[in-house]
Design a protein around this ligand. Structure first.
Ligand code: ATR
Length: 286
């Protein structure tokens, strides 16, 4: 059996205290009997290259990268996966033969969560409406292109950012004005919120979902609270609704497998553990 003691991984962010990645990875380390560790690394903006060097040199087996470093993590990489190249952002680092490698597992995380919670969700893939135009929207637009959506309409408070994102990918990805949302929803097979609207402490995303067709699926990447107003509204209308927490859990799995050499599972026990933490944080913030 491989000796796993001394394998160090972690998450780099600023701030990093709020990260739930340690909870997820430590749960898997314990479940799989791996002696490695998963730590929090508070890395200031500007200090990221020095942190990346620690991975290249093998001090750490790898790291997750969170806000605000996902774009800063792109340039130090010697090699990146095609997904990371397409997004221009890296959320997972590891080293291979002294070369720093970068991946972005947000796309795989989103897709795995959708597949788990709404099987067949991309069978009808004519139009997806995506709210938001940040890094999460970019990953999700790419994910939807990979599943063959004919049109991916990006709607954002700052329309210019929606246009920039649409221009980044081109093809099926287009910008749509807020004012056109009701008309857009009428033809949508999927609605995804990637904005921070609905998150604890942020304004609610109050949308009239009545124009959506009956087969439409609604997804939210916000997971604090676990069930957002959008998810509640979709469920109330009898639509399939996919909560955001699963994306967080599923994006962690490919990174863990790379560093520790074992495929972890998103088990009900893991989900319950993280849900309890999210609920406690939500109550504390109220
Ligand atoms: P991430 O990289 O996590 O996607 P981000 O780049 O900060 O984060 O993007 C947050 C998204 O939420 C953006 O689309 C933002 O809209 P703007 O581009 O107009 O800033 C959206 N958002 C945040 N607060 C919002 C609000 N109060 N109303 C509407 N959209 C909001």
């Amino acid at each position: 059996m491989t000796d796993t003691s001394g394998l160090r991984a972690g998450v780099a962010g600023w701030p990093v205290e709020h990260s739930r990645s340690p909870m997820i990875h430590r749960c898997w380390l314990k479940e799989l009997g791996i002696k490695g560790t998963y730590e929090k690394f508070a890395v200031r903006p500007g200090e990221f290259p020095a942190f990346a060097a620690r991975i290249r040199e093998g001090e750490l087996v790898g790291a997750n990268v969170t806000v605000p470093h996902k774009e800063a993590a792109f340039s130090p990489c010697d090699e990146r996966t095609p997904v990371a190249e397409a997004l221009g952002a890296v959320n997972t680092l590891w080293s291979e033969g002294g070369r720093l490698m970068g991946d972005n597992t947000d796309v795989a995380g989103f897709l795995a969560n959708m597949d788990e919670c709404a099987s067949g969700w991309a069978t009808q893939a004519k139009l997806a409406v995506v709210i938001g135009a940040g890094g999460a929207a970019r990953a999700i637009a790419y994910a939807l292109m990979s599943r063959g959506f004919e049109r991916i309409a990006i709607v954002n408070r700052t329309q210019e950012r929606a246009e920039t994102l649409a221009g980044h990918f081109g093809g099926p990805t287009t910008a749509m004005a807020w004012a056109d949302l009701p008309k857009g929803l009428a033809g949508a097979d999927l609605l995804v919120n990637t904005s921070s609207l609905g998150m604890a402490g942020q304004p609610l995303l109050a949308l009239d979902l009545s124009p959506l067709p009956e087969h439409a699926v609604v997804a939210d990447i916000v997971y604090v609270p676990l069930r957002t107003r959008l998810i509640e509204a979709a469920s109330a209308r009898g639509l399939r609704a996919v909560e955001g927490l699963g994306m967080l859990l599923h994006q962690a799995a490919p990174a863990f497998a790379r560093w520790f050499g074992r495929e972890p599972s998103v088990t009900p026990a893991l989900r319950a553990l993280v849900e309890a933490d999210v609920m406690a944080a939500y109550e504390a913030a109220r």
